[in-house]
Design a protein around this ligand. Sequence first.
Ligand code: DX5
Ligand code: ZN
Length: 214
Amino acid sequence: MVKIAPSILSADFSRLGEDILSVSSADYLHFDVMDGIFVPNISIGIPVLASVRKFTDMTLDVHLMITRPVRYVRMFAENGADIVVFHVEADEPDQIAQAISEVKACGKKAGLSVKPGTPVRELLPYLNDLDLALVMTVEPGFGGQKFMADMMPKVEMLRREIDCRGLSCELEVDGGVNPETARVCIEAGADVLVAGSDVFKAADRAARIAQLRG
Ligand code: DX5
Ligand code: ZN
């Protein structure tokens, strides 16, 4: 069954603990980090992650939308991330490879993401070393945007590649996921669906999470 990862970007940060408890039936908790350079927005970082880690046993799926992630992956891994995901566009290939190695050296899972304008072939050289591949279905930076259905060929291509190579790499999508678009993502082969605004605006979040699983 597909996994659901509510994004706390859409939570109320003044009552973050309560909001995390309200989505505890989900599989992962998605934690969006933005540096104001890689994306035109600034969100949360290491001190918040450390607090969240103490509060919950949920798997923390940390999505770094930061430039030159190799500088910080170790800090995120050591401060509570279970999966550290960063962007292939964020640095030179040798530095991306180095960042993957550093996450794994910390005993954590490594993920790599592509923005909508980046072809999946950019991910392929790293695929054998990845625990997760993330296809963005919105331009990263903000919650509540419209799902880009034209990203589905990228999901299908990665699904084929992961299966052909016999990898255990999970395939995640992020942005604009709701019950309708979730179905499209599952059909394209996604394993993990990130959903921010759709889950947090729901009156019954647990029911919404179940609905997104299809
Ligand atoms: C966007 C973030 C997403 C965002 C998704 O840059 O990476 O994780 O929170 O929000 P929704 O589900 O509202 O599109
Ligand atoms: Zn995200």
